[in-house]
Design a protein around this ligand. Structure first.
Ligand code: GDP
Length: 298
């Protein structure tokens, strides 16, 4: 997803190679190139502005290490600033001190929530947890069944309304699932909620009602990294409508320009916690800002 950005930045750094010292003009030219590279990758404009200003200021400053040549120094600064916009530290999942940890997923239809629910369940299982998947998407035909299929794939039970698809009360299902988890000694409950194709007041109020009913330890906003700047408007709408603790980026394996996804942390103030990068249940990992920055600069 970030191949073009990587190439553009690599070209920029190449121009600095062999230079003994960076002149003001070199720094300006480099800053301009970085700005273009980020904008072409679809990084949000305010994020680009702050980023470039920080790089410029630091490149001019005296934090000059004798061990690094100017090109290496600029790469180091860009790397560190990338880590900063991506959130700095890795934000790990917080578990409840007592009782089952409740993780609620929210996002648009097609964002990859149902797939993500199962991936997260498998990841938790691999950490020695005993998760329970909960089907609260009672809107989309087949969503319950799809979660059941995914649950089977990863060997995690699915709690779903008896009545089948299209009927039932998602708030009631969510509440009952926490009781079920306590009875069956599951330590993490993953609640999959209904999305719509676009931002919609009814979807938001349903998600908010589920949130109020089960008081999740973590609300995760799931967003398709391929939808470009729409990811940012959707992220803001869910922040206002439901609120969330962290973000999951999906479809990072796509070939769209992923700069909007890179901006989400700066725009929302919420950390990216997980990344999903394929259709396989194992195409999933904790999001590490430093590793992502290294990948971009590789
Ligand atoms: P939901 O409507 O939010 O529950 O979304 P789904 O989980 O049904 O996913 C929508 C589509 O995206 C499905 O075809 C998934 O197989 C696909 N999908 C989900 N996550 C990824 C991913 O990380 N990479 C790719 N390439 N496809 C994904």
């Amino acid at each position: 997803m970030f191949a073009t950005l990587s190439d553009r930045l690599a070209d920029t750094f190449k121009n600095l190679r062999g230079k003994g010292r960076l002149s003001e003009a070199d720094i300006d030219a480099t800053a301009r190139e970085i700005r273009i590279a980020l904008l072409e990758a679809d990084v949000a404009l305010p994020v680009v502005k702050d980023f470039v200003a920080a790089v410029k200021e630091r490149a001019r400053g005296e934090e000059v290490s004798q061990a690094l040549n100017p090109a290496q120094q600029v790469i180091k600064i860009v790397d560190e600033e990338l880590v900063t916009i991506l959130g700095g530290e890795t934000r790990r999942l917080r578990y409840a001190k007592t009782g089952p940890t409740v993780v609620m997923l929210a996002g648009l239809q097609g964002a990859g929530k149902t797939t993500l629910a199962a991936k997260l369940a498998l990841w938790l299982k691999d950490q020695g947890k005993s998760p329970l998947l909960v089907a609260c998407d009672l809107q989309r035909p087949n969503a319950v069944q799809q979660l059941q299929v995914n649950g089977d794939k990863v060997g995690v039970p699915v709690f779903a309304p008896e009545a089948g698809n299209g009927v039932g009360d998602p708030v009631g299902v969510a509440k009952a699932s926490v009781e079920e988890a306590k009875r069956k000694l599951h330590d993490v409950v993953i609640v999959d909620t209904a999305g719509r194709l676009g931002v919609d007041a009814e979807m938001m109020s349903q998600a908010a009602a589920i949130r109020d009913a089960v008081q999740p330890d973590e609300v995760l906003f799931v967003v398709d990294a391929m939808i470009g700047q729409d990811a940012l408007t959707t992220a803001q709408a869910f922040l206002d409508g439901v609120g969330y603790d962290g973000v999951v980026l999906t479809k990072l394996d796509g070939d769209a320009r992923g700069g909007a996804a890179l901006s989400i942390r700066q725009v929302t103030g919420k950390p990216v916690m997980f990344a999903s990068s394929g259709e396989k249940m194992t195409d999933f990992d904790v999001f590490h800002p430093d590793r992502m920055a290294s990948r971009i600069l590789d």
